[in-house]
Write a protein that binds this ligand. Structure first.
Ligand SMILES: Nc1nc2c(c(=O)[nH]1)N[C@H]1C(S)=C(S)[C@@H](COP(=O)(O)O)O[C@H]1N2
Ligand SMILES: [Mo]
Length: 320
């Protein structure tokens, strides 16, 4: 295991709050040590379904960052995917049994053209592009990631929501035999479910992503397709989607149902709205240190994660 003595520019462990992050940090140190020794094996990280010839996709330079990209080993080695395990450094070691080929995404509900897409079809139907986005978890850690995907609006326009449609619900695969965390954590209301207002889903920032770092999505990051809304906390960015339903009524979401005072239905990044157990005023930007060690620097949290110019028009400020 590679553990470096903190340098002056690293955050001392005593300041590493919330406590979860401190424990997770140890977990990833183990993971990183393994990655450093064995190397990352990209071909083993995603399934045969992914068509590598589509990557890297052309970068859309409209979306720029105010910070360096996070090391790929962090984004693919430090994951929240509770269907597998709560241990962020171990998710990528728990996904082997998870099969993503074949994969279908059913789009139904209040649409004129309901359709079930095969993933191979989906990635060709809607042109893929790469975008560099900030990513902010409700636990306060953050990254900057090159995603590959297509705007949610492209798919929604094709299925054509009916006038009374107001929301989209998104659902993750439910495979207890392939996802050990489902069996070990029966208290969560599986399958993982998230939702957006139709306005949010139609916003130009909202993506369905199938890749990152110029390659198909690794399973631990939500292969073969996940949602990315960079102005919202990570928990809204649902992974491994099998179903999208357009609805009239606001759909419940897993985290909002589990703990409504901790995870708002909207969960927009907001420095002024603390989590009951920690402040959201600052974030911990993750980075790789010397020898594969893991560190972060503190930064002020930006309203809507820095995407206010894109999304403020769809909100009146009372959303939580
Ligand atoms: N299905 C599913 N989607 C999920 C989660 C999960 O546990 N299950 N975790 C969420 C949370 S809390 C975060 S921070 C991000 C993490 O994405 P990453 O591992 O690609 O960084 O995924 C989100 N999507
Ligand atoms: Mo998160």
């Amino acid at each position: 295991m590679l553990i470096k003595t903190p340098r002056g520019w690293e955050i001392p462990e005593s300041q590493a709050t919330p406590e979860d992050l401190f424990h997770s940090r140890r977990a990833i140190l183990k993971g990183m040590g393994f990655a450093g020794a064995a190397g990352l094996l990209p071909s083993a990280m995603h399934g045969a379904a992914a068509d590598e010839s589509l990557y890297p996709a052309k970068r859309n330079t409209k979306y720029t960052l105010d910070r360096p990209l996070t090391a790929e080993a962090i984004a693919t080695g430090y994951n929240n995917f509770y269907e597998f395990t709560l241990d962020k450094g171990q998710v990528r070691h728990q996904v082997d049994r998870f099969t993503i080929d074949p994969w279908k995404v059913k789009v139904s509900g209040l649409v004129n053209n309901p359709k079930t897409y095969d993933i191979d079809d989906l990635v060709r139907r809607f042109p893929l592009e790469e975008r560099l986005y900030r990513f902010r978890c409700v636990e306060a850690w953050s990254m900057a990631v090159p995603w590959t995907g297509f705007p949610m609006s492209a798919l929604l326009k094709e299925v054509d929501p009916k006038p009374e449609a107001g929301f989209i619900k998104m659902v993750t695969a439910f495979r207890p035999r392939e996802m050990p965390g489902i069996l070990s954590q029966p208290h969560y209301d599986w399958p993982y479910q998230e939702a957006l207002t139709l306005d949010e889903a139609m916003n130009e920032l909202a993506l369905f992503c199938t890749g990152l770092y110029g390659k198909p999505l690794p399973k631990q990051n939500g292969a073969p397709i996940r949602a990315i809304m960079p102005w919202k906390y990570g928990l809204k960015n649902i992974k491994s989607i099998v179903e999208i339903e357009v609805t009239k009524k606001r759909p419940p979401t897993l985290w909002n149902k589990a703990a409504p005072t901790e995870y708002g239905w909207y969960s927009n990044v907001n420095p002024k709205k603390p989590h009951p157990r920690w402040s959201q005023a600052q974030e911990k930007l993750l980075a790789l240190g010397p020898g594969g060690s893991f560190m972060y620097s503190m930064r002020p949290t930006l309203m809507y994660n820095g995407y206010e110019a894109f999304v403020s028009e769809i909100y009146d400020g009372s959303e939580y």
